[in-house]
Design a protein around this ligand. Structure first.
Ligand SMILES: NC(=O)c1ccc[n+]([C@@H]2O[C@H](COP(=O)([O-])OP(=O)(O)OC[C@H]3O[C@@H](n4cnc5c(N)ncnc54)[C@H](O)[C@@H]3O)[C@@H](O)[C@H]2O)c1
Ligand SMILES: [Zn+2]
Length: 362
């Protein structure tokens, strides 16, 4: 496998490349598209990723936020905008988001809106951001009413994934990112799933070739889906929500306080989606068991009770939260279910009782 790989994302509205490899930040100028290479630069990072931003920022200004989900707020959005305007940002300036999905979503939304839009370069430093949030152009912030309720589609000008950044990422965060990788395999590529069963532990121990393959395949799959359905209108992009209807409810019930990471909720949510698929007769129980064993083998979160707050997470409460999810149209919940490993589809006719049963059993 070559040292560096590139995936081109060709959309009606934009074209950009995702660059993947170890040590890319050392030479990151060569990955910038020509039209922005000479532009004025601004960097956003959080306290854990500041050192990566400083490595590439030179004398350019760096805005450093606190770590964590609470940074994706109107207050921080406002602060970053003021900071840019104070620095006389102009329409040719470029914003670099150096961090996980929190920094990427906040910086992306700032870039989408300041002066009606300036380019953003995503430099993801978490596994989750590399395989998910940095690709696809969704940006946004949270509101007291819920997560990601205000935002914009704003495709990056480039995505630069330097796997070296993963060396400092806590294991728990790595596993959270792995859940999204598993999601891609389950929703659309059975061979990739087989590969993950054999190589998942190598990905988590940051074996370079394994990380390259897992991230590259995930980005390719996300890019393919985004190319087909850039703004989530045809339904194809909805498949990326596999496990997420459940996951969002688990996160909401826990109050986004860091006890449950998004990827941990996804890992449990994937198993719920599989159990629901079994219950509805779409997939055989052996497939669900396979995935459950794979998660167990990697010591990933599998059950609601693993979260540690089972009382709040009672099935009725969770179901109500799911119904309120912004992706549920007219009270009907669209579940992404599996016909087999590698083949997902949207089912909007699931009976409440089936959902409650899955939630009681997990
Ligand atoms: N836009 C999208 O399409 C999309 C998709 C998925 C998720 N998201 C969003 O992404 C966010 C989650 O992203 P995340 O999981 O990357 O979380 P995150 O950005 O909060 O990063 C997780 C933690 O790791 C730290 N960190 C980041 N990189 C590090 C590194 N290299 N070394 C050490 N520490 C590091 C961060 O400071 C933070 O504490 C959520 O807000 C979610 O809504 C967006
Ligand atoms: Zn997710």
């Amino acid at each position: 496998m070559p040292h560096i790989n590139k995936i081109d994302v060709r959309l009606d509205s934009a074209f950009y490349s995702i660059h993947l490899g170890v040590g890319l930040l050392k030479n990151f100028e060569i990955f910038l598209p020509l039209n922005i290479a000479k532009a004025r630069r601004f960097f956003i990072a959080d306290k854990s990723t500041e050192k990566y931003a400083r490595r590439i920022a030179g004398a350019a200004p760096v805005y450093v936020t606190d770590c964590g989900e609470s940074t994706k707020s109107m207050t921080h959005y406002n602060n970053v905008l003021s900071w840019l305007l104070d620095h006389k940002v102009d329409r040719k300036s470029v914003l670099f988001a150096v961090g996980g999905g929190v920094v990427g979503d906040l910086a992306g939304f700032v870039a989408a809106t300041v002066l009606r839009g300036i380019p953003v370069v995503q430099v993801p430093t978490t596994l989750l951001a590399m395989v998910d949030s940095s690709v696809g152009g969704k940006t946004g912030i949270n509101m007291p009413q819920g997560k990601n309720l205000v935002g914009a589609f704003h495709q990056p000008a480039a995505v630069i994934c330097d796997f070296e950044c993963l060396q400092t990422l806590p294991e728990r965060e790595l596993k959270a990112g792995y859940a999204e990788i598993l999601k891609y395999a389950l929703l659309g590529d059975a061979d990739f799933y087989d590969w993950l069963e054999d190589n998942g532990s190598k990905v988590l121990s940051l074996d370079a070739e394994s990380v390259m393959y897992a991230v590259m395949r995930s980005c390719e799959m996300k890019a393919e889906i985004v190319i087909e359905d850039e703004k989530e209108t045809s339904g194809k992009r909805a498949l990326l929500n596999l496990g997420h209807t459940f996951a969002h409810a688990f996160e909401a019930v826990m109050g986004y306080d860091g006890r449950l990471l998004h990827g941990e909720a996804v890992s449990i949510g994937l198993l719920c989606a599989l159990e629901l698929s079994v219950l509805r007769g779409y997939i055989n129980p052996q497939s669900a068991e396979r995935v459950s064993q794979h998660l167990g083998h990697l010591k990933m979160k599998k059950y609601i009770k693993d979260i540690g707050l089972h009382d709040d997470a009672n099935p009725k409460n969770l179901l109500e939260i799911m119904r309120g999810d912004k992706k549920a149209e007219l009270q009907k919940i669209n579940f992404i279910l599996l016909k087999k490993i590698g083949e997902a589809f949207v089912d909007s006719s699931v009976a409440d009782d089936d959902v409650l049963r899955v939630l009681s059993d997990t």
